[in-house]
Write a protein that binds this ligand. Structure first.
Ligand code: BES
Ligand code: MN
Ligand code: ZN
Length: 487
């Protein structure tokens, strides 16, 4: 998709999109159309109600083959990103390649104009490359989006330096989640990440031999039943001051979670191709940071494994030694994400001594029971980081909700046979999972985001979310780093 920002002139296009506010006045260059507009709107019984549309064809002097007027509600509440996303959702299958959004003369700042482009781009995202029988009429043809705005120059800069890079990162994260498990398995996934080196990221891949040498047996244990080799991938973006300790992002990348010997039921198991959504957010964020040349040092670490039942798979009751030296009794092989993260977190802490460490994981079904698909669960040992993430959640629209940690929850993991077991009891499943992770971060200021309900969704209401993989986390982390760790 080609995206550009242009000054308030008429531009020739297939589809011109014009917001109409409740007072039924047209603004900016669109107001040139006002003569015809009043009577046309009346004839179409259009009163500017939010989301209502009417369309005219070949409007004289408009430069457009079609002009779509869209009710945009109250002017002071106008959200350009959502407006553009809704318009895109509604009009995506129009047979028009070039679209112009007329957003000039409505008091929209350059950031808002750039966000409109982001909203349109995210709403146009598709994952249909495997659908060989999809009729042409169901395939979008939009290829060019122009945002007409008051300060096209600044909007271009805002898009190139921030929102455009973010959109690319979100779409990469969505692709990674949507791709099937026979395409994205650990080694293939690691190679995809390796390709990001072209953006200036440094990518290091550890295989099973290296991880065995290091003693990463909680991560390796999860992959034992799989014929696919487990991988630990480390991405570095060094855009900050030399020697400045980095921020670290750590992701759960279970490319498929059958549950292992504690096998999951068959119905819906296919969703577990998305059990690498936390890692996808980390990869998408690192891509975004590199694409916009962020002035920060950031490390991304993802543990990539496939959780399978097999003659060689780990068993409930197995006691394994983590990279940290702590031992774990694996009571349930389906509580595998925390085993992967235990080694990835300890490795990140030891190797990079980050000033802050955030991990993301589709960790528990229980977080969906608690928060549904609206907020990710936030757990932290540091009130400052928690506050930063809550705030970044609001501005980025990747929302998070904090849940507690505490000694009494931690105790639920004690085992008579090892330093801990990998499951708590029936209650507080998301919290005991977070307590487990906390045992592997030491004193590092740390937060855990449980994205099981937000990284993948089978039903969606937000027009910016178009597929199972949502890309949740990229916008949040990008905002968090931009607000707190750059300059
Ligand atoms: N990947 C799942 C969590 C999950 C469930 C994500 C549904 C998205 C949708 C995780 O590995 C898991 O299986 N967790 C178990 C933990 C339990 C065994 C303590 C769960 O939530 O049931
Ligand atoms: Mn599991
Ligand atoms: Zn899992």
């Amino acid at each position: 998709m080609k995206i550009s920002f242009k000054p308030a002139e008429r531009h020739s296009c297939g589809l011109a999109i014009i917001p109409v506010f409740e007072d039924m006045t047209l603004n900016g260059i669109s107001s040139d159309l006002k003569l015809g507009f009043k009577s046309l709107a009346q004839a179409a019984d259009f009163k500017g109600k939010n989301g209502k549309t009417f369309r005219v064809y070949a409007v004289e002097n408009s430069g457009a083959q079609q002009v779509v007027f869209i009710g945009a509600g109250k002017k002071d509440k106008f959200n350009a990103e959502m407006f553009a996303a809704k318009a895109m959702k509604q009009l995506l299958l129009e047979r028009q390649t070039s679209w112009v959004f007329y957003l000039d003369g409505i008091g929209l700042d350059p950031d808002g104009a750039a966000r409109a482009a982001l909203g349109a781009d995210l709403a146009a995202y598709r994952f249909d490359q495997y659908r060989t029988k999809l009729p042409e009429s169901k395939k979008p043809v939009v290829s060019d989006i122009t945002i007409v705005c008051d300060d096209a120059k600044m909007a271009t800069i805002s898009y190139e330096n921030y929102h455009g890079a973010e959109a690319a990162g979100v779409k990469l994260a969505r692709d990674l989640v949507n791709e099937p498990p026979n395409v994205i398995y650990p080694a293939a996934y690691a190679q995809r990440i390796k390709e990001l080196e072209s953006l200036g990221l440094d990518v290091k891949i550890l295989g099973e031999t290296e991880m065995t040498k290091l003693g990463m047996h909680t991560l390796l244990g999860v992959g034992k039943g799989s014929v696919r080799e487990s991988q630990l991938v480390i991405m570095s973006w060094n855009g900050g001051d030399k020697g400045d300790s980095p921020v670290a992002l750590v992701g759960k990348g279970v490319t498929f979670d059958t549950g292992g010997i504690s096998l999951k039921p068959g119905a819906g198991m296919w969703d577990m191709k998305g059990d690498m959504g936390g890692s996808a957010a980390v990869v998408g964020t690192l891509m975004t940071l590199a694409a916009r040349k962020a002035k920060a040092n950031v490390i991304g670490v993802v543990g990539l494994v496939e959780n399978m039942p097999d003659g060689d798979a780990q068993l409930p009751g197995d006691i394994i030694t983590s990279y940290s030296g702590q031992t774990v009794e694996v009571q349930n092989t389906d509580a595998e994400g925390r085993l992967v993260l235990a080694d990835a977190l300890w490795y990140t802490k030891e190797e990079y001594k980050p000033k802050a460490m955030v991990n993301l994981a589709t960790l528990t079904g229980a977080i969906i029971v608690a928060l549904g698909h609206e907020h990710a669960g936030l757990f932290s040992n540091d009130d400052n980081i928690a506050a930063q993430l809550l705030s970044a959640g609001e501005t980025s629209t990747d929302k998070v909700w904090r849940l507690p940690l505490g000694k009494a929850y931690d105790r639920l993991l004690d085992s008579p046979n090892a330093d801990m077991k990998n499951i708590g009891g029936r209650s507080a499943g998301s919290i005991t999972a977070a307590q487990f992770l906390q045992r592997f971060v030491g004193d590092t200021p740390w937060a855990h985001l449980d994205v099981a309900g937000t990284a993948m969704k089978n039903t969606r209401h937000d027009p910016r979310e178009t597929t199972f993989g949502t890309g949740f986390g990229v916008r949040l982390l990008n905002r968090w780093i931009a607000d707190n760790y750059e300059g």
